[in-house]
Design a protein around this ligand. Structure first.
Ligand code: ZN
Length: 226
């Protein structure tokens, strides 16, 4: 049986480091591309971002060195992970470091110095009882998780970001859209819609132009034949 990926989250410490990280628009575009597909080659990334390969390479090295990109992971079929029963618990413990010793504990979120929300993946109630006893925490609340809906977390950083349609600065999270191997950012759904419309019109225009050209040569041939 596959072991679920371990996700240890410490919100307090995470927030302070994010603020220290300085990212610019190109960094963010790169991150969004890799979040979508971490296996892109440097040339593919360069093409999609419209920058040179050495630029991409330097940026990647910088982001890795600064710990912004901490690794490139494998995304497993969620069914593999959900073969277990997953249970969320609000617990109180004096020994939080002990939680990390248990493979069954797949997520640890800290509220206060003693209070945690944890997720435990177990096969049966017997296993759950063993984890609770051995880890020695007090269960304040227990909730079975019926369904997990995975949502992509976007990097939380403030970067002066320009909308690829209207050119205005994007406040908050950009709408990310992939089109013809390129990645675009929009400030609002309207800009995305207008962008798509403009692209469609452009495609239609190109198509009709092609048809005209074909007709022209066709007519030309007919003319020659006659
Ligand atoms: Zn816009």
């Amino acid at each position: 049986m596959e072991t679920p990926t371990r996700k240890i989250l410490y919100f307090e410490s995470k927030l302070s480091t994010v603020e220290e990280m300085k990212l610019d628009e190109l960094d963010l575009r790169l991150i969004y591309l890799l979040m979508d597909n971490a296996r892109l080659s440097i040339s593919e990334i360069a093409e999609r971002l419209g920058v040179s390969r050495p630029t991409v390479k330097a940026r990647l090295e910088k982001l890795e060195k600064e710990g912004v990109i901490q690794g490139y992971t494998v995304k497993l079929n969620p069914n593999l992970l959900r073969a277990h029963n997953v249970i969320a618990m609000i617990i109180k413990t004096d020994y939080p470091e002990k939680l990390q010793e248990f493979e069954e504990i797949i997520e640890i979120n800290r509220f206060t110095s003693k209070k945690y929300l944890i997720k435990v993946a177990i096969e049966n109630m017997e296993e759950l009882r063993r984890v609770i006893e051995e880890a020695g925490f007090e269960v304040l609340e227990i909730m079975p998780i019926l369904e997990s809906i995975e949502r992509k977390a976007s990097p939380k950083v403030k970067v002066p970001f320009k909308c690829d349609y209207c050119g205005k600065e994007i406040v908050g999270e950009p709408i990310v859209y992939k089109y013809r191997n390129r990645i675009y950012f929009f400030c609002c759904p309207t800009c995305l819609r207008e962008f798509k419309k403009a692209r469609e019109n452009l495609e239609k225009f190109k198509l009709s132009k092609k048809k005209q050209e074909i007709n022209h040569t066709h007519n030309g041939k007919n003319y020659l034949h006659n």
